[in-house]
Design a protein around this ligand. Structure first.
Ligand SMILES: O=C(O)CCC(=O)C(=O)O
Ligand SMILES: [Fe+2]
Length: 387
């Protein structure tokens, strides 16, 4: 009877339903729930296929297998190896010719289809992770490399009066990491209470972080950068207005041209591989603001293990400490790019990492950081080449 089919009060979900749900959650970047639904769908598929075995072999069609394979690959790149393994086992069960070592960058595996939303950019460059430079970066992250005593001898921890009379009364606690290029930490710049407020403001706006590979092209998710972030307007809260004021007092720079505050969160495995903060292509920044002259990272959490900010060419890594600000110049005084400032967010091994990035642009800094008589960029040119 029609009435019997019109109202289905209780219906069991098929493995395809669960898979579909898992995929939707993946697109929404809800990775914890993605995992639950994909695993459930694979369990159901396993039960379904063993029940069907006695009659005729039944399994996913080619299109579904493509989707499963693409999803497994993306999960692998995101570091969810268990679920990726589970999915790939099911794919292999139905089509043993698939998934030939794609985790090793095998070009023979079927690529995710063009319109597949789950496709990620390939790793930074598969070949980059095989370079000496990358191996050295990993050592710096692990704390196996230290600056030479000669490098360290000239470095100080001291009180600084910064660039404002108020700082005579409330000096800044300054720790030097490198003098050339200039990389320092200002200690205790943000109270735990303000940090809590900031994080609360950011949470509802958090999205998966992207990188911008080519001028004019869309920002892309990438396994090169695994984190979430939110952009907040400084004017929207007094805490952020205060952050810019403190930076002006600490560095003497003008903050007229800053991008919005970028609050980023890395979970376990989250990282940001070595990169420069300046843009190499002038199309990437407004000419009237100029390039990113300086970076200030406010540490909005500590990290139990891992998660340091590493400078592989300078042989040190800075451990996140609540309320501290790591500051450096990305450009030489001549406004040429300083390639020595390549840096990275090391993988978080335990805990969760929160930071607030401030990028200060070059135009309006003429008097705050005047150029020298000569260009001073040659010293960093050799660091442009990946070794
Ligand atoms: O996570 C870090 O420590 C570094 C972040 C970073 O370099 C960036 O967001 O540009
Ligand atoms: Fe950076």
């Amino acid at each position: 009877m029609a009435s019997n089919t019109a109202f289905i009060f209780s219906s069991d979900m098929s493995w395809q339903d669960c898979f579909e749900l898992g995929q939707q959650l993946f697109e929404m970047e809800d990775y914890n729930n993605t995992r639950i639904w994909l695993r459930e769908s694979m369990d159901r598929l396993r039960r379904h296929s063993s029940a069907a075995h006695s009659h005729a072999p039944s399994g996913p069609d080619t299109e579904t297998l493509n989707k499963m394979e693409a999803t497994a690959k993306s999960l692998f790149q995101l570091g969810d190896f268990d679920t990726a393994y589970e999915l790939s086992q099911r794919v292999l069960q139905f089509d043993p010719k698939r998934i030939r070592n794609w985790h090793l960058g095998d070009k023979g595996a079927a690529p995710p289809s063009e319109d597949s939303e789950v496709a990620l950019l390939p790793k930074h460059s598969d070949s980059y992770s095989l370079t000496h430079e990358f191996a050295h970066y990993e050592k710096v992250c692990r704390g196996e490399v230290n600056p030479s005593p000669k490098q360290e001898r000239s470095l100080r921890c001291r009180l600084s009066q910064g660039y404002h009379p108020y700082r005579l009364l409330a000096p800044l606690k300054l720790e030097e990491h490198s003098l050339d290029p200039y990389v320092v930490t200002f200690h205790d710049m943000l109270s735990p209470q303000k940090i809590t407020e900031l994080r609360e403001m950011a949470v509802p706006r958090m999205r998966r972080s992207t990188v911008n590979p080519l001028p004019g092209s869309q920002n892309k998710k990438s396994s090169f950068r695994v984190s979430k972030n939110a952009w907040l307007e400084y004017e929207s809260h007094e805490t952020m207005v205060g952050m810019l004021r403190d930076l002006r007092e600490a560095t003497g720079l003008d903050t007229t041209f800053c991008e919005q505050l970028q609050v980023a969160n890395y979970g376990v495995g989250g990282h940001y591989e070595p990169h420069w903060d300046f843009f190499r292509d002038p199309d990437h920044y407004p000419a009237e603001e100029g390039n990113r002259m300086a970076t200030a990272i406010f540490y909005l959490s500590e990290v139990e293990q891992g998660g340091a900010t590493a400078f592989p060419f300078l042989d040190f890594a800075v451990k996140p400490q609540l309320g501290n600000v790591l500051f450096w110049y990305n450009l030489h005084r001549s406004l040429d790019m300083d390639y020595r400032t390549k840096h990275a967010g090391c993988p978080v091994l335990k805990g969760s990492k929160w930071i607030g990035n401030v990028w200060i642009h070059e135009v309006t800094q003429t008097f705050a950081r005047p150029c020298d008589v000569f260009r001073d960029h040659e010293v960093s040119l050799e660091y442009e080449i990946i070794k």
